[in-house]
Design a protein around this ligand. Sequence first.
Ligand SMILES: Cc1ncc(COP(=O)(O)O)c(C=O)c1O
Length: 407
Amino acid sequence: MQSNSTALEQYRQRLLGVFSPTLVLDHGLGAQVWDVDGREYLDLLGGIAVNALGHAHPAWVKALAVQASRLGHVSNRYTSEPQIALAGKLLEITGAAPGGRVFFSNSGTEANEAALKAALRHPTGGTGGRHRLLALEGSFHGRTLGGLSLTAKAAYREPFAEFTGPVQFLPHGDLDALEDALKGGDAAALVVEVIQGEAGVIPLPAAYLAEARRLTRQYGALLWIDEIQTGIGRTGTWMAYQNPALGGPLDGPEGGPDLVTLAKGLGGGFPVGAMVAMNGPTAALLRPGDHGSTFGGGPLATAVALATVQTVEDQELMDWARVLGGRWREELANVPGVKATRGEGLLIGVVLEGAKATAVGEAAQAAGFLTAAHDPHALRLAPPLILTESQAQRFTAALPAIIKEAA
Ligand SMILES: Cc1ncc(COP(=O)(O)O)c(C=O)c1O
């Protein structure tokens, strides 16, 4: 086996330079991973909110192996039992109204493409609908040109601005700005993240969701919630919009969103995404031929996703995310050098005093902890939901020295 440094040099010679990985990981177990040099890390990032069950969880491995031994791919000319079962489970856990339907994709940005197409068909299900979209400052909705159109960060969007659509970015959490934008009557949809992950773990103000639901309904726009990072139990409820701590529950036939997009934690590490049209009218927006995917909703992805969702439920990992996350945020907030913590459940932003988050992230990795630092002042933690209390405490105990080392 090659060392980290040799393999990373080969990576740089062979792969497009859009990422800069810092380790070559070899294997994992639970919340621990090992690199090719044999060094152990505590994975507090979980593949960026993906590995809900950690690494090599027996239920996940079994579902993949059993399905692979039966049927790996069938195309969308045919279907398979796991696809139908997972769709049923997603309609249940999102609180979709009767008439709601699911579309499967392979990733988050593709789930958003499906929702975007549905939104562009609103309200008629044909052409000539409302074509302006509303999104929030700080948003991140993916890298394909549709997802990118809805992504606020100029550095990502502007190089491709010519091919992005008409989107108005509204101040985060500002309900007056939302009402002003909706008053024009030409907005097809408002898309929001209940907690913005990429922006540094920024929750919406508690009053926003219910009011946004009321206003979008009043002015005839769809409410589309991007749960790609927050969904499948990460914040302590299946969906973040169901979470009382985040201004929920926004649920049920009357109060739910119109469109919900999922990916990341849904497959626990297997690529899968989903767009849930939450009621009959939104499910009717896309008609035969309007959208498709060769791989989306294949038997492997849906069998593994079903096992992931079932394990989150059976092992009560949502409750654990809420309990552990609540205690851990409090403990982390008391660490010298930490200004505050943000987030809910096991999606946590650790806001640092003075220190640069990238430097703290590097020092954390050197000390054996994987984290992320997309916001210059906040570390992002999105560990597997199976993280134990003693593992969380190991990081809390190590953090003062890590911050000092980074300073
Ligand atoms: C809220 C949100 N939406 C969309 C995406 C895009 O998902 P993917 O990278 O699977 O395309 C992400 C990824 O980080 C995300 O956090």
